[in-house]
Write a protein that binds this ligand. Structure first.
Ligand code: ATP
Length: 142
């Protein structure tokens, strides 16, 4: 099967590099499936569990946001943070998820002036934690 090179880079390291048959990502413009020989593209990514389909099966990778550049023979992901399931601390992600959920609930009833910006931050933390739990398949809903 045809493949395309995938490289996922975080600020501190190369997180994952392999040849994939297809990469499914959630971009700022919606879900995208990238196949070999895809037209050149640059897009933003939102927090989610990316799905890399390889000859060996499907690999999930949590991404906290960033950018994706696609060239016909290579996909480069520049992620603010990215983790393979094996490197995800599920306990930490569950705590982050619960913390963010509590904050979001509190903001619903709060009249504080700072609530808009804080609730955006809480939502982002919630989305990052959810992406990590999805990547480990430890989330509740899929
Ligand atoms: P937390 O509130 O638990 O710190 P966070 O979403 O605020 O989570 P980030 O700012 O996205 O964390 O990431 C900071 C660093 O910690 C990154 O290097 C990221 O890969 C790592 N990281 C965050 N959460 C986890 C986790 N559950 N397991 C493994 N690494 C994690």
């Amino acid at each position: 099967m045809a493949t395309i090179k995938l490289e996922i880079v975080s600020p501190t390291k190369v997180v994952y590099t392999t040849d994939v048959n297809m990469l499914i990502v959630r971009s700022t413009g919606g879900e995208l499936g990238i196949l070999p020989h895809h037209a050149p593209l640059i897009t933003g990514l939102i927090p989610h569990a990316m799905r890399a389909k390889t000859d060996a099966g499907e690999q999930l990778i949590a991404v906290s946001g960033g950018f994706m550049e696609v060239q016909p023979d290579k996909i480069t992901i520049l992620a603010s943070a990215a983790e393979l399931p094996i490197n995800i601390d599920i306990n930490r992600a569950q705590k982050a998820y619960a913390r963010a959920q509590e904050r979001l609930e509190a903001f619903k009833t709060s009249a504080e002036k700072s609530k808009d910006i804080d609730s955006i931050r809480a939502q982002a933390a919630f989305d990052r934690a959810k992406a990590r739990l999805k990547a480990t398949k430890a989330d509740i809903e899929r």
